[in-house]
Write a protein of this length. Structure first.
Length: 465
């Protein structure tokens, strides 16, 4: 049997293998709502331009209303034999209203139709992710505020570097996720041009009004070139590129939570809600949710690589290769949505172990920079020389097996005689963190100010959730 869509050119049907590789309804049915909405706008434009009659337009709109209800209610039956979401909806419309259904496809192609549907879907996906990112930022800021004065070690090279506050550490991720939101916002702005009316490749001879359809579908404008309109997937690549960076940020945070929850760090604890056990080792409490967020980043990276590979060798305009765009985007979105929910849940669930954090921050000579700063500030020694003086004092403390705050003053004076008892005022981890009051620094007062600023910058209502 030949296809109802393009059967006039063919005398026989495709092989079963051809049907299997060609069919897309299993995944592109996710575009059903967007397809109906696009069809509504196209139909209204056709009527407004006198291309189809008002009666036919009303029949089409009525049929689309029934299809919308079927889709919303989960009763829409999608058939593999009809290949894709567009033909499934068109076939159902034909069953409902008969001959007028065939007029809906006037002045459009599946090429511009799918490009329009897909842009609307990605646009909605961005809006959903933005809402989820805002929630994540909100809970991070809530936690940062409550832990503004909690001392922990800051690391470089995963070695203890300087004391920081846990609140300051969490606020770093608020900034990262803020940049993620801005990347998605930029991608959304670029994608918000309407392909509908571009036809298969060259536009149409019918007197359509592309500005009208763009307006009805909440696009800023129609796309300016019909060939670009049907062949562009930059918007999907933009989405996946932003998604890959977001997945990277969530993976980094997840990695920290895995480390923090370990017995060796012991900085945080999760409840049973975000932990699992071992089938053999009864003592285990595994941070599996964090590990899975970390691992699932690979899926998102793979989706971006997939679509870049699909598009890199395609001449203008549409090629069937582009059918491979949707599963990558759908999969990345599903992964991000789940990982955002899990990450938000873990931030709320995790309980900081403040004593363990402070003890760890006190190890490893983390206030050495404070000592060097004191020598420069009080004794007027150039910092490079202060650095050498401090290094020698650290070596002494290491030999004696004590911290800088426990090293006798006489030992410090054996390296630099002008050092006084006042130096011990800067050698506690609390004093170190509190002194970092420069803009963007870790001082508790800075954290409180950063949280207030973050709520104004990132949250719709600008206040605590």
């Amino acid at each position: 049997m030949t296809s109802k869509i393009w059967g006039g050119r063919f005398s026989a049907g495709p092989s079963s293998v051809m049907e299997e590789i060609n069919v897309s309804i299993a995944f592109d049915q996710r575009l059903a709502k967007q397809d109906v909405r696009g069809s509504r706008a196209h139909c209204a434009m056709l009527v407004a331009q006198g291309i189809i009659s008002k009666d036919d337009g009303e029949a089409i709109q009525g049929g689309l209303t029934r299809i919308e209800k079927d889709i919303a209610g989960g009763t829409m039956h999608f058939r593999r034999a009809l290949e894709d979401v567009h033909m499934n909806i068109e076939s159902r419309l034909s069953d409902l209203i008969g001959l007028p259904a065939g007029r809906l496809h006037t002045a459009r192609s599946r090429n511009d139709q799918v490009a329009t549907d897909f842009r609307m879907w990605v646009r909605a996906a961005i809006d959903t992710l933005d809402e989820e990112l805002e929630k994540l930022q909100s809970v991070l800021m809530d936690k940062a505020e409550s832990e503004a004065a909690t001392i922990m070690p800051g690391f470089t090279h995963l070695q203890a570097a300087q004391p920081v506050t846990f609140g300051h550490h969490l606020m770093a991720y608020v900034e990262m996720f803020g940049r993620d939101r801005s990347r998605f916002k930029d991608a959304r702005a670029r994608l918000n041009e309407c392909p509908l009316g571009a036809g298969a490749i060259a536009g149409t001879s019918f007197p359509i009004d592309r500005h009208l359809t763009a307006e009805k579908l909440d696009f800023d404008r129609p796309m300016a070139n019909s060939m670009d309109a049907v062949s562009d997937r930059d918007f999907a690549i933009d989405f996946l590129a932003a998604a890959a960076v977001l997945a990277t940020h969530m993976s980094r945070l997840a990695e920290e939570m895995v480390l923090w929850a370990s017995a060796q760090f012991g900085f945080i604890a999760f409840t049973d809600a975000f932990s699992t056990g071992s089938s053999m080792m009864p003592q285990k409490r595994n941070p599996d949710a964090a590990e899975l967020v970390r691992g699932k980043a690979g899926r998102v990276f793979g989706a971006l690589t997939t679509l870049l590979t699909v598009m890199k060798g395609l001449p203008l305009t549409y090629s069937k290769d582009m059918q491979e765009d949707k599963e990558a985007v759908f999969g990345a979105f599903d992964t991000l949505e789940l990982c955002l929910a899990a990450t938000t849940g873990m931030i709320v669930d995790m309980k900081p172990r403040r004593d363990r954090m402070k003890a760890s921050a006190s190890a490893g000579f983390t206030t050495a920079t404070d000592l060097a700063d004191w020598v420069t500030r009080v004794l007027g020694v150039p910092f490079r020389e202060s650095h050498h003086i401090t290094g020698r004092i650290v070596a002494l403390a290491e030999q004696k097996g004590c911290g800088l705050a426990q090293l006798p003053l006489a030992d410090m004076q054996s390296v630099e005689p002008r050092i006084t008892q006042d130096v011990f005022n800067v050698l506690t981890v609390e004093a170190s963190a509190a002194s970092r009051t420069s803009f963007g620094g870790t001082a508790p007062a800075n954290v409180i100010a950063a949280v207030a600023s973050g709520r104004e910058r990132f949250l719709k209502k600008g206040r605590k959730s």
